[in-house]
Design a protein. Sequence first.
Length: 77
Amino acid sequence: MNHKNKGRNCITPLCIKEAVCKGYCYKHYQQIKFNGKIKQRQYVVITGICKNIGCGKKIFAKDLCQKCYLEEKRNYE
């Protein structure tokens, strides 16, 4: 560990990991080293209801609610 960063956290907002190099944690330092910038988190918002008739629950995966998705997954195994 670099002595300059000893006991300090990463300077990236919302990151609480220990700083390793140039004030950044290992993950963020690698992103800067290879990409030239820190990648921003991308969130995907899933909206809609289950495609099974009469279910009406919120989508979990593949246009199905969690219960219907797990049932379908079990049937294929």
